[in-house]
Design a protein around this ligand. Structure first.
Ligand code: AMP
Length: 396
């Protein structure tokens, strides 16, 4: 997969209409619909400003939530248009439809330096089906396509990949940053390259482990997924998370690591609990976990081994927490890893979702080189999969 793609710096947008795929999938209050975090809108501003300053007329579009092809008033992008307008300090013209008469008329009348926003793309089922007619209708409103929604580049949807069949396609600043940093980490990492994987399920990360075994020097496995590996090594894991049907796979991966000379590190001690609860009393277990307990966090010896492996690394990729970090009593392992990454001096990349939330919550976000904005997309990136929303962009 080629990660060297043309960006908005490689195209003259002056006087042109630009279809800009943004990630305005913001969290909202369930009752009032009020936007509870405008982080994603704020993140889109640099690309939008650059395009407007360079004389483009910007037709922004995004999905919001999961309307599944139905017109759901609660999921209108109107509040996003309002917030975007406040942040930009200029009017954001809002279209009442996506590729209907209102959108077309407003797009046709749009002047350089002006911006409009289409209604929620997923109100039309053809968006997620990557319907060519729908993609063409979106593309027909513009002359250039800019992709800046990293969170959806792993999806082949009309607005993320389909439109590129009809328009020259470039990355916006957010997507450009994601693919240049993560692409480099995977293709040409500063070594030693250490990958840290955690979270709940082995099955979610099978392809990631397999791909990283080809690239990394050390792989650290913590969190709930570690217990399937411990079981594969012959340890008792009590009531811990265990995927019986993945034990064989775990054995294969342990063997592959050995054959390839990749260090694969697993927890040697764990803080356990009798039940899955924030109030459970942590019990430290070394080696086997008794039948009535479950592993909830990595123990102090493991923290020492894991943080030691991170020291001196050139590149560190982290995806998935080391324990049930949502419960304070079981957040220490995840905290210690976040701190170790922050202090490592390495190129540090944290994959979206829970690990990104953990790093932010624990106050280490500003010490990380790159926190990916896409959970699913960054996982598929680490799997080495071709991302349709990146593959469709023009090669640099
Ligand atoms: P994932 O989405 O796969 O990255 O998993 C994240 C979730 O894994 C978080 O909600 C954690 O609470 C959970 N998790 C991490 N470690 C454990 C564990 N030892 N037992 C149960 N859940 C865990």
């Amino acid at each position: 997969m080629n990660y060297n793609k043309k960006t908005i710096d490689d195209v003259d947008v002056n006087g042109k209409k630009v279809l800009l795929r943004c990630d305005f999938n913001v969290p909202q209050d369930k009752e009032t619909g009020k936007i509870t975090s405008d982080k994603r809108i704020v993140a889109a501003i640099p690309t939008i400003k650059k395009l407007l300053d360079n004389g483009a007329a910007v037709i922004a579009c995004s999905h919001l939530g999961k309307p599944k092809g139905e017109w759901k008033t609660k999921l209108t992008l109107a509040p996003v248009a309002e917030r975007l307008s406040e942040l930009l300090g200029q009017e954001v013209i809002f279209a009442a439809d996506i590729i209907g008469d209102d959108a077309k008329a407003k797009a046709a009348a749009l002047q350089p330096g002006q911006i409009m926003l289409l209604e929620n793309l997923r109100f039309d089922a053809r968006e997620e089906k990557n319907d060519p007619e729908f993609a063409k209708a979106l593309a027909d409103m513009a002359e250039v396509f800019v992709s800046d929604a990293f969170g959806t580049v792993h999806r082949a949807h009309a607005s993320t990949a389909g439109v590129a069949a009809y328009l020259p396609a470039y990355s916006g600043l957010l997507v450009a940053k994601e693919i240049s940093i993560m692409g480099k980490a995977l293709e040409n990492p500063v070594r030693p390259f250490v990958a840290i994987l955690g979270g709940a399920k082995v099955s979610d990360k099978i392809a990631v482990i397999n791909n990283l075994l080809e690239k990394a020097d050390t792989i650290i496995i913590g969190g709930g997924m570690a217990y399937t590996f411990k079981k594969a090594q012959g340890y008792e894991v009590g009531k811990s998370l265990l995927e019986e049907d993945r034990i064989e796979y775990a054995k294969e991966m342990l063997k592959k690591a050995e054959d390839k000379g990749v260090k694969l590190l697993l927890p040697v001690d764990n803080y356990c609990a009798a039940e899955f609860s924030a109030d459970a009393e942590p019990v430290l277990c070394e080696g086997d976990i008794p039948a009535d307990l479950m592993g909830m966090d990595i123990g102090p010896k493991t923290v020492e081994i894991f943080t030691g492996a991170v020291k001196g690394a050139g590149t560190i990729v982290w995806n998935g927490p080391m324990g049930v970090f949502e419960f304070d009593k079981f957040a220490n392992g995840t905290k210690a890893m976040a701190k170790a990454l922050g202090e490592s001096g390495a190129v540090t990349i944290v994959g979206g979702g829970d690990s990104a939330a953990a790093v932010e919550k624990l106050g280490f976000a500003d010490k990380i080189t790159h926190i990916s904005t896409g959970g699913g997309a960054s996982l598929e990136f680490l799997e080495g999969k071709e991302l349709p929303g990146v593959a469709c962009l023009l090669d640099a």
